[in-house]
Design a protein around this ligand. Structure first.
Ligand SMILES: Nc1ncnc2c1ncn2[C@@H]1O[C@H](COP(=O)(O)OP(=O)(O)OP(=O)(O)O)[C@@H](O)[C@H]1O
Length: 611
């Protein structure tokens, strides 16, 4: 989504943050002196934070080792939609990740961590309209923390609020390019998959040359035990990780055509079989978009498919197998940690749903939001944007949002999402270039879990379910009309036909790197829906979005006194924010120290000899 002012970036900026030379002022000078070139007044604070964070991590490790000595609690199990309890999975995976990366990251500032949120077991499935799982409230300090920094309620859905610009020159850089480093995925892929990823890289290279094509992936979910027991057959075969063969088996009662088997063949950028891991799906589809966000480019990933085909599983996943949203957030913060020495990052987050043609804020539910269009695109007026400092915080917010999301059991899925959910993460990355100009990149990642289409049932007539179904189908139909119009190169694209298409306008026809993951079921009972999904996915391959330009702003060193004063104010604000962060870290450290002291002090029974 566009930022207010932009222009072309010169090639010099390619050198990126690593070439920046900076000097650090002493902490007493921080808020009083205005000498130029202006220096960032909170470097001292940053150092302190780094040291504190490290100390905190060590304490945390020590206390977790202590805890591990005590007998393990029973393995946590879901009694409801597993995707709603992501925090612990995130923690577990983050721990694994930390273990592997610890040695190389010792000199890097670690992200904040939050106390684990306990999950209440045995949450019951409820057929009410709104999800009513018994889930933990987000930790109090998340809410408090966000009150300190926000929430910035005025921020619209697709746009990020721009600060008053001191800028005189603005820069713009073209399209998601080969400059996007492939940092992560290979270690998670099997050997045979590396070759495939290389093939896929050539897809995105081609993309780069010819503007931005929507990349379309297909994911087949495994057959359920219930389906196998019911004698259903698999009608989908994936070959070469690209080709999808769909077989139409004759109906058992159709004696005349018993031997007639018809099939269709589709090819996509990649097709994932039912045994593909979540990590592999993420690495193939989304990892590059996350990297591009740091360069100021927008990216969208949306899951499309029939109800029960695996969209929410792909997007959110489970505790053991976190999905694209969770992996992207973790990846994002890992990258921020790795770059924390280069510049400042700010991550803002919003989460909304479109339910029955109304837009609702999932993070602070209230009145429906109104969509407005302005120069920056479609805006959901009043949508809350939270500033997040760590994966844990985002997970807590995501969990809170998922509690508020509308789900209910359907014929095909016990925890069917009845709304379209859009998680949007805005990353602002600010760094100084060699000439001490401030380079500001703003990239936005939209992760979209669409509601599934479902055939209307005769018994559903006039119930809330049928209204929901009708609205879901209506918005998906509107989505298909937009896809058609875009593919046919029509001038008028009917985005206004539904709230969903208005919100997806930027992803479909704007300057955005877009990925579509079409989820399909293997069961021959879902043949019609699968064929339909594959048809639209096949159409979507032909959509070209506008060349994805980087949102890069260069703020030149201020010359006038007013501009200098403005810059000073901004730096002071940032300084205050860092102080709040520091205080929070100190608080956490103290709590942890107190806990480990208490753990050491409390005697365990076997320490005392029996008399
Ligand atoms: N790749 C997969 N591996 C294992 N289980 C899967 C996979 N995909 C889906 N499932 C399981 O299938 C069930 C339905 O999946 P999910 O809820 O993601 O469907 P959906 O497309 O989001 O449906 P709806 O549109 O109704 O919300 C869930 O129990 C989920 O755990």
């Amino acid at each position: 989504m566009p930022v207010s002012t932009r222009s072309h970036i010169n090639s010099q900026d390619q050198n990126g943050p690593n070439t920046v030379q900076r000097t650090r002022p002493s902490s007493d000078q921080e808020e009083t002196h205005v000498s130029f070139p202006l220096r960032n007044p909170h470097h001292g604070l940053k150092e302190k934070m780094k040291a504190l964070t490290l100390l905190y991590e060590q304490q945390k490790k020590a206390s977790s080792t202590l805890r591990n000595l005590s007998p393990k609690p029973e393995e946590k199990r879901f009694s409801t939609h597993p995707s709603v309890d992501l925090l612990s999975s995130c923690k577990k995976n983050e721990r694994d990740f930390k273990e592997t990366k610890d040695s190389e990251q010792d000199n890097v500032m670690r992200e904040n961590t939050m106390p684990t949120v306990p999950t209440l077991p045995n949450a019951k499935l409820n057929s009410a309209v709104t999800r009513t799982f018994l889930l933990p409230q987000p930790p109090v300090d998340v809410a408090k923390e966000n009150l300190v920094m926000g929430p910035d309620r005025f921020i619209g859905f697709p746009s990020f609020p721009r600060k008053a610009n001191v800028s005189t020159t603005v820069a713009r850089k073209l399209s998601m390019g080969s400059s996007v480093p492939q940092t992560e995925p290979r270690e998670f892929l099997g050997k045979e998959n590396v070759l495939e990823v290389e093939k896929l890289e050539s897809v995105s290279e081609k993309n780069e040359a010819s503007g931005s094509r929507i990349l379309v992936f297909v994911r087949l979910r495994p057959m359920f035990k219930k389906e196998r027991e019911a004698g259903l057959r698999c009608c989908v075969k994936i070959v070469n990780r690209k080709d999808v063969y769909l077989t139409e088996f004759p109906n058992d009662n159709d004696y005349l055509r018993l031997k007639r088997v018809r099939g269709r063949h589709f090819t996509f950028d990649a097709s994932f079989s039912d045994s593909t891991s979540q990590q592999e799906v993420y690495s193939t589809t989304t990892v590059e978009l996350v990297e591009a966000v740091f360069q100021g480019r927008n990216g969208s990933v949306f899951c499309y498919g029939a109800t029960g085909a695996g969209k929410t599983y792909t997007m959110l996943g489970t505790v053991e197998n976190p999905g694209v949203m969770v992996l992207a957030i973790k990846d994002l913060f890992t990258k921020i940690r790795q770059r924390s020495c280069d510049g400042n990052h700010a991550v803002h987050l919003s989460y909304l749903e479109v339910y029955n043609e109304t837009v609702r804020d999932l993070l602070s539910p209230g009145r429906p939001l109104v969509l407005r269009e302005d120069k920056q695109g479609i805006i959901a007026a009043g949508l809350t944007q939270y500033r997040a400092y760590s994966t844990d915080e985002v997970m807590a917010l995501l969990q809170r949002g998922n509690q508020n999301r509308t789900t209910e059991p359907t014929r095909a899925n016990e925890t069917s999402s009845r709304s379209h959910a859009i998680l949007q993460v805005v990353v602002e990355y600010r760094v100084k270039d060699a000439s001490m100009n401030v380079v500001n990149r703003v990239g936005k990642l939209s992760l979209i879990d669409l509601a599934g289409s479902e055939r209307a049932l005769a018994t559903d007539q006039r119930t809330l379910r049928s209204l929901e179904g009708a609205n879901i189908n209506r918005s998906l139909l509107a989505l298909s009309s937009c896809i058609n119009a875009l593919v046919e190169g029509k001038k008028h694209i009917p985005y206004r036909n539904s709230k969903l298409t208005q919100l997806l306008k930027d992803s479909l026809g704007g300057a955005c790197n877009t990925v579509m993951i079409a989820n399909i079921s293997p069961s021959n009972l879902s043949f019609g829906e699968t064929q339909n999904t594959l048809h639209w996915a096949d159409r979507a391959k032909e959509i070209r979005t506008k060349a994805c330009e980087a949102n890069v702003e260069i703020q030149h060193l201020p010359e006038t006194e007013t501009d200098q004063a403005k810059l000073l104010l901004e730096l002071q604000k940032e300084n205050r924010e860092l102080r709040v962060q520091l205080a929070r870290q100190q608080q956490k450290l103290l709590t942890l120290q107190a806990q480990s002291l208490a753990a050491n002090a409390s005697p365990t029974p076997h320490q005392f000899p029996l008399s």
